[in-house]
Design a protein around this ligand. Structure first.
Ligand SMILES: [Zn+2]
Ligand SMILES: [Zn+2]
Ligand SMILES: [Zn+2]
Ligand SMILES: [Zn+2]
Length: 149
């Protein structure tokens, strides 16, 4: 076998499914992995995660399951905000103010009262920079979860 086939690649570029890395009490599960979790980047076995029909691959770790549930909620939220914005209302439920600004995370339009200036991370290729941005209440609440690995 020629050595060229073994050229080192950065670990994050190529992910290989290894044995299941989900922790069980004091050690990893270790059963044959079936896929790599799209959130934590770890291999999981058939018992510790699922490959969904829409192509998502998510392990059973509670943080990853919470991210999955959060994304479903988030899409529903964005739909609701979009509908309210079409009627020229603030994206916050029960607020009929004229929207004056945009949330830098979800892109929804909100009145000044329902937007807060915060530092937000902006990811451009490999670097993450912190900039001032406006966030709606929903997106502020989501940040804790998504900062967890
Ligand atoms: Zn995971
Ligand atoms: Zn497992
Ligand atoms: Zn938002
Ligand atoms: Zn409002």
């Amino acid at each position: 076998m020629s050595s060229a086939q073994w050229k080192a690649v950065p670990a994050r570029d190529v992910q290989v499914v290894t044995s299941c890395e989900v922790r069980q009490r004091f050690r990893n599960c270790g059963q044959p992995g079936i896929a790599i979790c799209q959130y934590c980047g770890q291999s999981f076995c058939a018992q510790h995660g699922a490959r969904l029909a829409d192509g998502q691959e998510i392990c059973s770790r509670s943080t990853c399951q919470r991210k999955k549930a959060d994304l479903e909620r988030h899409f529903a939220y964005k739909e609701g905000v979009g509908r309210r914005n079409e009627e020229r209302r603030c994206g916050e439920a029960d607020c009929d103010e004229w929207p004056g600004g945009q949330c830098s995370k979800c892109g929804g339009l909100f009145c000044p009262r329902h937007l807060e200036q915060r530092e937000v991370e902006q990811r451009r290729s490999a670097t993450t920079t912190r900039v001032r941005g406006s966030l709606c209440r929903h997106c502020r609440k989501r940040r804790n979860l998504w900062s967890q690995v």
